[in-house]
Design a protein around this ligand. Structure first.
Ligand SMILES: [Zn+2]
Ligand SMILES: [Zn+2]
Length: 139
């Protein structure tokens, strides 16, 4: 049986389902992610074809750079998705999934840009910027 996972925004106007295993969670501490979420990003990803969205008309997209766009609920503001223009995968915020799920932390990126008010002490690998295996918006 194929693993499926579901989730939703805070108000429920947007619901989604993923099929297939979820990637380990990438924590992004870059300024764009901090400003969008008020903290840092925690996202898994799936092939875009493995994601189905109910209420997609309620998802607003903001292009913070020429390379990628960020999808959020236009009703309640929940950060939901991150999509690189040239990738066939889409990132989904880890915290918007229903529980239980199979999510596990994997790596911290853009640690050089992290805010000063917290420390990272979970023992996961940390990178100043990204790693070759993770698609990020270039600059
Ligand atoms: Zn919402
Ligand atoms: Zn980021």
């Amino acid at each position: 049986m194929i693993e499926t996972n579901t989730g939703a925004c805070l108000c429920g106007a947007v619901r989604f389902k993923t099929s297939g295993p979820l990637r380990g969670v990438v924590y992004c501490h870059c300024q764009q992610c901090r400003r969008q979420t008020g903290h840092f990003y925690a996202a898994t990803n799936v092939a875009e074809t493995a994601l189905s969205v109910e209420g997609a008309d309620k998802v607003s997209w903001y292009a913070a750079s020429p390379y990628a766009r960020r999808g959020f609920c236009s009703v309640c503001g929940s950060a939901l998705f991150w999509k690189h223009n040239e990738s066939e995968e889409i990132s989904v915020m880890a915290g918007v999934f229903d529980r239980p799920n199979t999510l596990k932390g994997e790596v911290h990126i853009f640690v050089a840009d992290k805010a000063d008010y917290y420390t990272i002490d979970d023992g996961l690998p940390q990178y100043d910027r990204s790693t070759p295996s993770i698609v990020v918006a270039g600059d």
